[in-house]
Design a protein around this ligand. Structure first.
Ligand code: NG1
Ligand code: ZN
Length: 532
């Protein structure tokens, strides 16, 4: 039961005086040393959230994604495998900052009153973690909180972030019409590999895909998945899979390294014709890349994946004779201008732009029959509405071609993780499309050419003074700054630039793109100077 005396007495004191915790875009995230106290509170919060939702299973994932190995983090997963409902974030923050039993209890009382929570309802929580050395300790702290709150906690062990989201959805939908899958790691592998086999049926296998797993949890999990995959339909070579040596996680490798530095990890020798991709540390992001004959590095990022998925699904629903299903794409301001242009002008698909952060993209994507959403950094997925799923499931083929298109669409709905961006699932989606089309990376890349772009991080004394509107594309404060940016941008051909405070780092980000590399760098530099 929910034991207020235990909750008060077992509290874990803040590790560092004066440290302020914030539940942000990525949950709580910081150096792992200050997180034990937070885990305890997260255990209690997860229990309360489960009680509020009548005992539905809530997920807790311990990871700091692409951040350095000494960091860690934690986030809550709602019953359908989605991010924690946004209105709870402030309460998460309040709990985390309470540093004595009384303050903690009154923060809890506030949540209980606000959401009219019946504390007698049993709570169910599942949790998992990545390969970071701080995880075992943080798991213990979390368990201490779950125990005090009387929640039934189940440890799912080492998992990728998207696997935990999958498991939460499976558990909560088990036995319903809407059952998502078998709630086990093996169930996940079986679902994805079976769907992949259907999606590529009858097509020759492509050349080997080299997968940089950032020395993180993606490596052992991908290796495990491959045991369920017939080797004549997919050939994968895993690189950067050292999860045992301290200090290797995300070090000079992984999706964030590749996207930020616009180059392959030094640990990979890549020559023309090689097909490569990189996951991040918890395997929820992926970017692809190759080099041209003349040795130029080419990145196929989240925007490119979105474009590929959008064209493929749009054509499939036409072939299947069910083009009442409409495909839409959701981007953020960081999407390359060329990709937006390609989607709207060439493919004629509707595109929405939302604020940074997966929860915003996810919710917007739910408004379409098929909502493709990707952040440029490679985090994203494709959502099928219940109506679209039903149309696909009940479609009747009049020709063999229609039959095949329907089967392929149906396979995609199984292959794509509907809960959150998933590097393994997204990798299989891209491979399924390329195999189906027999396309090389060059052919995929031909859809459009990225405008040169630059992302600059500016450390300022107070990033909170930067307030934005219009999906973060314009500043409203500090007053007058946007007008100055606009008049700079006007001087560059195809120029675009915007400034916003990071939600995950104590800095301001400046993004710029323009017709040439030189113009882009110049614009980024000048806007950064305005901000500084
Ligand atoms: P911030 O720090 O708010 O820019 C970063 C990424 C987001 C998202 C979050 C969550 C960029 C420019 N920003 O957000 O896309 O992934 O981290 O991890 O890549
Ligand atoms: Zn991640």
């Amino acid at each position: 039961s929910f034991d207020t005396v235990a909750i008060k007495n077992n509290i874990i004191a803040h590790e560092k005086q004066g440290f302020v915790y914030t539940y942000g875009t990525a949950g709580f995230r910081s150096n792992a040393e200050v997180l034990g106290s937070v885990m305890y509170k997260v255990g209690i919060l997860a229990a309360l959230r489960s009680k509020k939702l009548n005992g539905s299973t809530i997920g807790v994932m311990i990871t700091a994604s692409h951040n350095p190995e000494e960091d860690n983090g934690v986030k809550l997963v709602d019953p359908r495998g989605e991010m924690l409902e946004q209105s709870w974030e402030v309460y998460a923050t309040k709990l985390a900052n309470a540093n004595d039993g009384e303050t903690l209890l009154s923060a809890i009382d506030e949540i209980v009153a606000q959401y009219k929570i019946d504390l007698d309802i049993p709570a169910n929580v599942i949790y998992a973690y990545d390969t970071r050395p701080s995880c075992p300790h943080l798991v213990k702290c979390l368990e201490q909180g779950l125990e005090a709150a009387g929640a039934k906690g189940t440890n799912f062990g080492l998992k990728t972030t998207p696997m935990l989201h999958y498991l939460v959805r499976c558990i909560n939908t088990a036995g319903t019409n809407d059952a998502y899958g078998e709630p086990t790691e093996e169930g996940y592998y079986k679902k994805l590999t079976a769907a992949f086999a259907t999606a590529v049926k009858g097509k020759p296998r492509l050349s080997t895909l080299h997968v940089d797993c950032a020395n993180g949890v993606g490596a052992p999990k991908l290796r495990e998945l491959l045991k369920f995959m017939a080797s004549d339909i997919l050939s994968v070579d895993i690189v950067n899979e050292d999860t045992a040596t301290l200090g290797q996680l995300n070090k000079n490798c992984g999706a964030d390294y590749v996207k930020t530095n616009q180059r392959a990890p030094p640990s990979i020798t890549i020559t023309a014709g090689d097909r490569c991709c990189s996951y991040d540390g918890d395997a929820d992001r992926i970017v692809f890349y190759y080099v041209t004959e003349d040795g130029t590095f080419r990145l196929l990022d989240g925007d490119k994946i979105a474009g590929l998925a959008a064209i493929f699904i749009t054509e499939l629903v036409q072939e299947a004779g069910i083009d009442s299903i409409k495909v839409g794409v959701v981007q953020t301001a960081y999407a390359n201008g060329s990709s937006t242009n390609y989607l709207t002008k060439v493919l004629s698909v509707p595109v929405s732009c939302v604020s940074t952060g997966v929860k915003h993209l996810h919710h917007e994507a739910e408004k379409y029959d098929v909502g493709v959403y990707f952040e440029a950094n490679g985090h994203g997925t494709v959502l099928f509405s219940p109506d679209a799923l039903n149309t696909i499931k009940t479609a009747e083929a009049k020709t063999p071609a229609q039959k095949q298109a329907i089967a392929q669409l149906s396979a995609l709905t199984e292959l794509i993780n509907q809960t959150v961006g998933d590097a393994i699932s997204d990798m299989l989606l891209v491979e399924a499309i390329l195999t189906s089309r027999q396309w090389s990376f060059e052919e995929w890349d031909q859809a459009y050419t990225d405008l040169p772009n630059r992302l600059v991080k500016v450390v300022v004394s107070d990033r909170h003074i930067f307030k934005t509107t219009n999906a973060e594309r314009q500043l409203v404060e500090p007053a007058g700054l946007q007008a100055e940016i606009d008049s700079l941008v006007a001087k560059y051909s195809n120029g675009r630039s915007f400034v916003r405070a990071s939600g995950t780092e104590d800095a301001v980000r400046v993004y710029a793109e323009a017709a040439t590399r030189a113009e882009t760098d110049d614009l980024a530099f000048k806007v950064a100077q305005l901000v500084y």
